[in-house]
Structure formats: C-alpha cells, structure tokens
Design a binder for this molecule. Structure first.
Ligand SMILES: [Zn+2]
Ligand SMILES: [Zn+2]
Length: 149
C-alpha cells in the first residue's frame, strides 16, 4: 500500500517536471510546475528575432527553471515602445534562444514554448501585441487577446 502511494506521488511529481533545450542539445533545462502564463507574442521584435510570425513564450519564476550546459550568450534589445530591455539568452553553439528575461518582470524566466521536448505541453492562453500580428493569423476562440502587452 505504501509502495503504491509512493508510486502515485512519483507520478504526480514527474508530471510537474518538463524538460527541453536547444537544437544542438548543448543546453538543456528542466522546469518544475506550471508557467504563470503561456502566451503567443506577435510583437515585431519577436517576429524579427525568431524569424517567424510570432513567439510562444512560457513565463516561470526563475527558481522553477534549472539550466545546464555552457554559459549562454546574451543579446540585449531595448523596446522602442517602453525603453526597457529584453535579454535573449541563447546557446553559444547553435544560437537557439532558450531563455528570455525582461526588465519589467524581475525574477521571471521566460522559456520559448517550442523548445520543450513535448511541444504540445505549452499552449498559449493569451495572444499579445495583436496589433502587429500578420494579417493571415486567425486567433483561436476562447483566448485572451491584447493589442499591446
Ligand atoms: Zn545548442
Ligand atoms: Zn514579443
């Protein structure tokens, strides 16, 4: 009976842990628990830096995130809207952004949602900066939409 309870606890803990990493697997991370928010960002900076139409971003408290691998390279961008910085931290080998930090959210580690080993786990409940979304984007029903952040 105790063994069964231990096994259930183990399953419960494992379901709180999600892993991911960069394209070349030099950098790996493990997050514990749910993100405070997972959102799709359609800002022009995310479009440019990712080379894609929007970014999928999961925000965790920094103590929920464990990183391993070589020290990350950083690029600091200043928002032309707020003047505050956004830092992209990326693998020095393959250039995949594995972490984003923001001046406006101290203590928060944002993980790009497409870098999880299980990409289906990270589903955005909010779309932000919709004013710069590509004109072919169709927003799913039931998600929160914000013209800006
Ligand atoms: Zn890499
Ligand atoms: Zn963005």
């Amino acid at each position: 009976m105790i063994r069964y309870a231990d096994r259930l606890l183990e399953i419960a803990v494992m379901s709180l842990i999600h892993e991911g990493g960069c394209a070349c697997a030099s950098v790996r991370y493990r997050v514990t628990g749910q993100p405070a928010i997972a959102q799709a960002c359609h800002c022009s900076f995310c479009q440019r830096r990712s080379g894609s139409a929007f970014a999928l971003l999961a925000a965790f408290k920094e103590d929920q995130v464990d990183l391993s691998g070589p020290p990350l390279t950083q690029y600091e961008h200043r928002s032309d809207e707020s003047g505050r910085w956004v830092r992209c931290h990326f693998c020095p080998v393959c250039g995949t952004t594995v972490l984003i930090t923001l001046e406006r959210n101290p203590g928060v580690s944002v993980i790009p949602g497409g870098s999880f080993d299980d990409p289906g786990w990270c589903k955005p409940s909010r779309h932000i900066w919709t004013r710069s979304a590509h004109d072919w984007i169709v927003f799913p029903a039931g998600v929160e939409l914000r013209e800006k952040a």
